[in-house]
Design a protein around this ligand. Sequence first.
Ligand code: GLC
Ligand code: GLC
Length: 647
Amino acid sequence: MLSPEQLTHEAGKTLRRLLPRLDSVKLKKRERAVLVQRLEDQFPRAFALLYALYGDQYDFYYHVQQTFDAVVRLYQQRPAALKELDAQRESDPAWFQGERMVGGVCYVDLFAGDLQGIRDKMPYFEELGLTYLHLMPLFAVPEGKSDGGYAVSDFRTVNPALGTMAQLADLAADLRARGISLVLDFVFNHTSDEHVWAKKALAGDADYQDFYRMFPDRALPDQYSRHLREIFPEQSPGSFTWNATLGKWVWTTFNHFQWDLNYANPAVFTAMLEEMLFLANQGVEVLRLDAVAFVWKQLGTTCENLPQAHQIIQAYNALVRIAAPAMIFKSEAIVHPDNVASYISSDECPISYNPTMMALLWEALATREVRLLRHSMSKRFEIAPDCAWVNYVRVHDDIGWSFADEDAAEIGINGFDHRQFLNQFYTGQFPGSFATGVPFNFNPITRDMRICGMGASLAGLEQGIAQENATYIEHAIRRVLLIHSVILSAGGIPLIYLGDEIATRNDYRYHDVPQKADDNRWVHRPAFDWARADKRHDASTLEGRVFQPLQRLIQIRKSNPVFAGNRTLFFDTGNAHVLGYVHNRQLLALANFSDFEQTVSRAVLDVYWPTAGGAVDLVTGTALAAGDVRLQPYQFVWLVAGDTDAS
Ligand code: GLC
Ligand code: GLC
């Protein structure tokens, strides 16, 4: 092993040895200067990480050279417009922290048929106010089951049913011209079993068999399995799949047709780097790193969140900053909150889903109490100043109750029991529950389970409609708006699961589709209903009752710089039903999670946010009355100092 000093020396020496390779690459003088500068800045870091991962391999320097060549080649191929964007982003590294950032996520086919359809819907994205659009995996996949696109057969080919790579690059440029950043997935833990690498492996090519993790018998799989978590115990039990053609067990963390890549093989690292940079060169601005926790495996561990998983992502981070610095990583780690946080840094993933807040927003709606939400967020919301949460209430996946048991214990809640309660509540079994949700992957041994359902159904709209109860319907709509108000005002990038803005409910028709029936997540992945969306302009419809206020909240956020940044402080409002937080020391938000009127003492607020000069609620545009603050059921306020005499 090299000491840190030796490593720095070695990295410098290696770079000097590699730099002459640029002479055979066609680059403008200025481009070359930029590239050399970035290599000097980032290569030593990449080298050190690669050394930690692969330094003990006999052909380490060969792989370093392969990596270097890939970075240079893909930099050279990068379109001029994107190189301009690189420069712009390098001079404005906080671009994704602004108040104008508002995200939406959808499936291309379900939302608009194909890429042309997405292009035609550009006015809709603008009407809603989006500046960040995540199109879920749109690559070539196997016929039939493909885990909603997350079993990729070719990272460089768009699913022919959706369009072409050229169309995707054009779309990215069009979106960019309208101030919308394209976000795509990088499903890098696994490929489908129809990827060309898998096909070569199946044909007996040992080099490509080494791209995956394969075992001749159960000896090692059994040893590994002792510590592994089953992700899909119902639909795809175990973490290994027997392949008769190979006569081997293949590591398959997720579905049996999703083969885990073997990152212990440096050839996999470099091959996936090329796929990643290829996507960057199509105009992707945020790359959502799928299932980050699982990419490294080590016997005797849970094979989740291992140090090497971080080193791989950090090495990719350094290399992307050389070839395509406009693109940033977003982490998808749906794990214990400590581990979620461990991926967040400007040298790893500058942005990350906030699954803890997501789950606890639903927890607070169920309990009508904000204690656990407040307690966890006051411990865990703070991240590095140059990073951002992606705050959301729903996405295409299930809701897992991934809050920390220790957080719960600290306020006297038993995490295990609480999860049992939440699962009952959100499957509508708990007496008085408003929710209509569907169970996901019950594990009879751990009794673990997750929840599926569209936001509106989980919030009570389906029940309210079925019972023709106007109050239930009104409360459901308020719940939807309440939790969206939190993601729109707490620090970070709010992300809307498209369909939620028009109060889309569960769609049970997936039961009739053979390749979907065994995966309940399809209950919340319906085709976007444009006929219903058309009703959004009518404030008396359900669609309008959600869309219009939500659109207004988005506009308020985007027109007030106070919403920028990630400095949010959660505090105890003295009322167990009311969440309170101060953002940037200027905005005070209160959110009532109960179906009754609540009061927050002015004396408490004065501690966190002295409002001597009076305050205005941005939501209603009215001045805050003197005295204690009264909140209607599910009401929220966004208060800023205002020169009114109302105080
Ligand atoms: C991510 C995706 C999920 C998929 C899994 C495997 O968690 O969000 O939909 O099943 O990765 O790729
Ligand atoms: C697990 C994984 C997460 C994935 C989900 C899919 O929670 O940690 O990455 O999205 O399963 O259901």
